[in-house]
Design a protein around this ligand. Structure first.
Ligand SMILES: [Zn+2]
Length: 199
């Protein structure tokens, strides 16, 4: 899990307000918030929570629009194994895994590094995996108006695993396809590309 620089994205006012609530949560579970190990935990947790939800401050559509290029290329473009870290909005526990994204251009392409950035912009919010998958697809659809978009996300949910709802190491897979990817042949090509171990 590399390639993730730690960013300090929080404001003092929000940190104070969120920390105050964490203090109540810690007390509520029967802990002593004044003991040494927990003394600074409310502030730390408040900052962490702001980082984990900093996607609200990002505009994914603008991220894509800032790097559009006119190009005749009309073959499938696949960006696979994009790391996803998100937060289940039902339990406020993490889910994480990989996203695989493809599109078939229709006169416009986007800088490749922007695809992981929009995945992150949507993932760093309170989410459900299904909506995350659709939002990524819709954003690419709107910015590029391509011949088709495909998004597959495979993720492990701590709200299932840590709470013992499902067997350990079970993955949830969601997918969303438009245009050319609704055709069996194109979708199969995409699935075989993301399943191959070329990298
Ligand atoms: Zn959950």
């Amino acid at each position: 899990m590399k390639n993730y620089e730690k960013k300090e994205l929080y404001n003092t006012e929000a940190t104070t307000a969120i920390a105050e609530n964490y203090r109540k949560i810690i007390t509520g579970i029967g802990e002593d918030v004044t003991r040494e190990g927990l003394e600074k935990t409310p502030e730390r947790a408040a900052k962490a929570m702001q980082f984990l939800t900093h996607g609200y401050d990002l505009d994914p559509l603008e991220i894509l629009k800032s790097a559009l290029f006119t190009e005749d290329h009309s073959q499938m473009i696949v960006v696979k194994n994009i790391e996803v870290y998100s937060m289940c909005e039902h339990h406020m526990l993490p889910f994480f895994g990989k996203a695989h994204v493809a599109y078939i251009p229709n006169g416009k392409i986007v800088g490749l590094s922007k695809i992981p950035r929009i995945v992150d912009a949507y993932a760093r919010r309170m989410q459900v995996q299904e909506r995350l998958t659709d939002q990524i697809k819709d954003c690419i659809e709107e910015a590029l108006q391509p011949l088709g978009v495909a998004v597959v996300i495979e993720a492990q949910h701590m709200c299932m695993q840590m709470r013992g709802i499902e067997k350990q190491n079970s993955f949830t897979t969601t997918s969303s396809f438009t245009g050319a990817f609704e055709k069996n042949k194109t979708r199969k090509e995409f699935i075989s590309l993301i399943s191959s171990k070329l990298s």
